[in-house]
Design a protein around this ligand. Structure first.
Ligand code: NAD
Length: 366
């Protein structure tokens, strides 16, 4: 009963549990919505404290994927899987292959990918049992490291924000403060340096930030100072949940545009930013480059095509900003509306053209 209540709340399509005693596999797949296409989402390998925690996580994450794919203009639905256990001690090739066989029984309704606790090499193992998996390394015909494409998408989303706030697409002369100096952040700094932007960067591992200082002339600040530095754009590229009341009060930027997932501490954080006159680019809209990159494998991976599609994040962010303005709502609410409207249009098209036809969905950017 509790499960069906949870599924009804946000209209989930499927929640499937699978166990394989021989390998100790316990996995759950959640398929939220397949109106736009098959549900694609990562496979998280995590030691959940309870089955309920695993179910909560897989449901929440699957729904997030529906919204991300929709706004990114992809004809994909939202899904996610979790394997319950400690990846360090529990993960074996046999277990991953059992997971692959499980995914295969879903006949493409769910397509797995890499996530927390799984790697591109794990996807190669899963691929031995099913073709419904993406996120393979380049030497296996996959899309490899998604961070350059994610960073490229963030750069274009940032430009849509500067157009709205500073009336220019040029970042030259603007100051961008980047939190984190990992995979996405380093690539973002590289792009920003090409645009002649001034870069301020931090990381809890100073050595990582030092690389951006040496390579791109960025300035380093201590991790806690990044919120209060004077800048035009704050780009969170490290952790989720950082935009809480305390940190928001310290910000001295006009725009927040970065790659980190789940940046807002709570729903009201978005409203707080709006009150402070800060334009927030919703995280799942601006960081969709990673999904765009991995989804490109479904057509036979082409890096230039993935970059080209990631550049269209400019249009998605611009559209979110326009909806927010027209409907007088925070940008995070506008992003959800944009996603839901595209799905509704596809549903309508399906009703008109018949359930057996593939959904006719115009790209939202045309
Ligand atoms: P990463 O692990 O390579 O980099 C994260 C960096 O943040 C690390 O260098 C880490 O030391 C640093 N960090 C952690 N806590 C910090 C703190 N309090 N202050 C400053 N630095 C801190 O990860 P990534 O692949 O670059 O991803 C960055 C973010 O973007 C994550 O939230 C990720 O979920 C999100 N994201 C990444 C991709 C992608 O393509 N990699 C796609 C979409 C979203």
């Amino acid at each position: 009963m509790i499960i069906f209540q949870r599924m009804e709340e946000f209209d989930y399509e499927e929640l499937i549990c699978f166990q394989d005693r021989a390998t100790g596999l316990q996995a759950i797949v959640a398929i939220h919505n397949t109106t736009l296409g098959p549900a694609l989402g990562g496979c998280r390998f995590w030691q959940y404290t309870s089955e309920r925690a695993g179910i909560d996580d897989v449901l929440r994450l699957a729904r997030g994927m529906t919204y991300k794919a929709s706004v990114a203009g992809l004809n994909l639905g939202g899904g996610k899987s979790v394997i319950i256990g400690n990846p360090k001690t529990h993960k074996t090739d046999d277990l991953l292959r059992a997971f692959g066989r499980f995914v295969n029984t879903l006949k493409g309704r769910y397509i797995a990918a890499e996530d927390v606790g799984t790697s591109t090499d794990d996807m190669v193992t899963i691929r031995k049992e099913t073709r419904y998996v993406v996120g393979l390394p380049l030497d296996h015909g996959g899309s490899g490291d998604p961070s350059p494409v994610t960073a490229y998408g963030v750069l274009h989303g940032m430009k849509a924000c500067t157009k709205a706030v500073f009336k220019t697409n040029h970042l030259s002369g603007l100051t961008v403060a980047i939190q984190g100096a990992g995979h996405v952040a380093y690539n973002l700094a590289k792009n920003l340096a090409k645009e002649n932007a001034r870069i301020i960067i931090t990381d809890i591992y100073k050595k990582k930030a030092q690389r951006a200082v040496d390579d791109f002339g960025a300035e380093y600040v201590e991790p806690d100072k990044i919120y209060s530095v004077k800048c035009d754009i704050f780009a969170p590229c490290a952790l989720g949940g950082i935009l809480d009341d305390k940190n928001i009060r310290r910000l001295k930027c006009k725009i927040i545009a970065g790659a980190a997932n789940n940046q807002l501490k709570s729903d009201r954080s978005c409203g707080r930013l709006e009150q402070m006159g800060i334009l927030y680019a919703p995280d799942y809209v601006i960081n969709a480059g990673g999904l765009i990159n991995v989804a490109d494998e479904l057509k036979g991976y082409n890096h230039s095509r993935a970059l080209h599609k990631a550049a269209r994040i400019y249009n998605a962010v611009a559209r979110v900003i326009r909806i927010a303005k027209e409907e007088k709502i925070p940008t995070c609410v506008a992003a959800d509306r944009l996603a839901e409207r595209r799905i509704e249009r596809a549903k309508l098209a399906r009703t008109i053209h018949g359930a057996r036809r593939k959904p006719v969905v115009r790209q939202i950017y045309t």
